[in-house]
Design a protein around this ligand. Structure first.
Ligand SMILES: Cc1ncc(COP(=O)(O)O)c(C=O)c1O
Length: 412
């Protein structure tokens, strides 16, 4: 037999978050805790199917008018319209002026990828792979790969996290924007920044928008956690809506994985805000070409669930309650962890645990302390010190707090 034609293929390293989960699964220790997972968990440590989702799934199953025909290339029209509406707001000037468009996508990742592909093809010239793309330092690790794979050659970071003060490095961020070449693309986390859990305040967003406008920088929002940051959909969309009110043309990638708990249904949306209807329609016509060769047309189940929920005032209210349940549990775990660390007298300050928002927290544990947590305590977290607050439960809080205390006092 001839040698395999794949002999020269190098083995790619595993994706960190999935590797961590696999290691956790294999760990036989009864005390083990997974704080690395990227999804919501109940106080019993279980995935949660939102009650409103269960109800709507039943409605869909009983609706005999539905079938499995292909959706249009750009997706389910009512899903796209409602998804963009919750990002931009009921009274959005851009919606009223008919200058928005949407692309249903395979999760938030799909929205980012389709948007990145479009920008490489058509933004700042034609196939301009040299346009700098700025990503926050740190960021969700996939941002970099998505834009590299779309063909961009100049991926840069902008300052975001100030490790010493465990907060936003606003001045660094603004300086990097001032220095960025005009027309650079900036990926902005709409809310609940992953992994730091630290967002600009409304006033800081105003400063950011002012620099971006003056320097002709393109805002590409990534909205993966709407509702998770504050418990309020409107508050969490504040930054995107402010930019729209300031007249920006922008993209906003939305994920419904977290706020609907529809991780494996792959429900996302890319909202395009342009200057006028004609511009948006031309953009959408190109988006259609990109989608056609990428996934041809999107899946329907998740989009139907979201569209049905968002189009009924009663179901919408139920969903908001479900989102609040998740957000409140995260808030409770934050305050419980902080108060335990403070009463143990764990060295350092722990106010950042309650000041940070969303599902994730940057604990400030260093890589050696993280290793101690995993090896000695069977508590799994990312090497960066990021923990998912939903991995905490009323049953494991004491153990996790004591273990953090030990890691901080024993390992420098
Ligand atoms: C910041 C950020 N953007 C996008 C995504 C992707 O979401 P989805 O699973 O819907 O593709 C995630 C998921 O973890 C995320 O954290």
């Amino acid at each position: 037999m001839a040698a395999s034609i794949f002999t020269a293929v190098p083995r790619a390293p595993p994706v960190a978050v999935f590797k961590l989960t696999a290691d956790f699964r294999e760990d036989g220790d009864a005390r083990k805790v997974n704080l690395g997972v990227g999804a919501y968990r109940t106080d019993e440590g279980q995935p949660w199917v939102l009650p409103v989702v269960k109800k709507v799934e039943q409605m869909i199953a009983n609706d005999h008018s539905l079938n499995h025909e292909y959706l249009p290339i750009l997706g389910l029209p009512e899903f796209r319209a409602h998804a963009s509406r919750i990002a931009l707001g009921d009274d959005s000037p851009a919606i009223k002026e008919n200058r928005i468009g949407s692309v249903q996508s395979l999760g938030g990742t799909g929205a980012l990828r389709i948007g990145a592909e479009f920008l490489r093809r058509w933004y700042n010239g034609n196939n301009n792979t040299a346009t700098p793309v700025y990503i926050s330092a740190p960021s969700w690790e996939n941002h970099n790969s998505v834009f590299v794979d779309a063909g961009f050659k100049d991926i840069r970071t902008y300052r975001y996290w100030d490790a010493a003060k465990r907060g936003l490095d606003l001045q660094g961020l603004l300086d990097d924007m001032e220095k960025a070449p005009e027309f650079s693309i900036f990926i902005l986390h709409a809310c609940a920044h992953n992994p730091t859990g630290t967002d600009p305040t409304p006033d800081q967003w105003k400063q950011i928008a002012a620099v971006m406008k003056r320097r002709f920088l393109f805002p590409f929002f990534d909205s993966a956690y709407q509702g998770f940051a504050s418990g309020s959909l409107d508050k969490d969309a504040g930054a995107v809506r402010y930019f729209v009110s300031e007249g920006f043309e922008l993209f906003c990638a939305q994920s419904f994985s977290k706020n609907f708990g529809l991780y494996n249904e792959r429900v996302g949306n890319l909202t395009v805000v342009g200057k006028d209807a004609d511009n948006v329609q031309r953009v959408l016509s190109q988006m259609e070409k990109i989608v056609r060769t990428t996934w041809s047309n999107p899946p329907s189940q998740g989009a139907r669930i979201v569209a049905t929920t968002l189009s009924s005032p009663q179901l919408f209210a139920e969903w908001k309650e479900n989102v609040k349940t998740m957000a409140d549990r995260v808030l409770l775990m934050r305050s419980e962890l902080r108060s335990r660390l403070e009463s143990l007298g764990t060295p350092g300050t722990w106010n950042h645990i309650t000041e940070q928002i969303g599902m994730f927290s940057f604990t400030g544990l260093n890589p050696k302390q993280v290793e101690y947590m995993i090896k000695e305590k069977h508590i799994y977290l990312m090497a960066s010190g990021r923990i998912n607050m939903c991995g905490l439960t009323t049953k494991n809080l004491d153990y996790v707090a004591k273990s953090i205390h030990e890691a901080v006092t024993k390992v420098q």
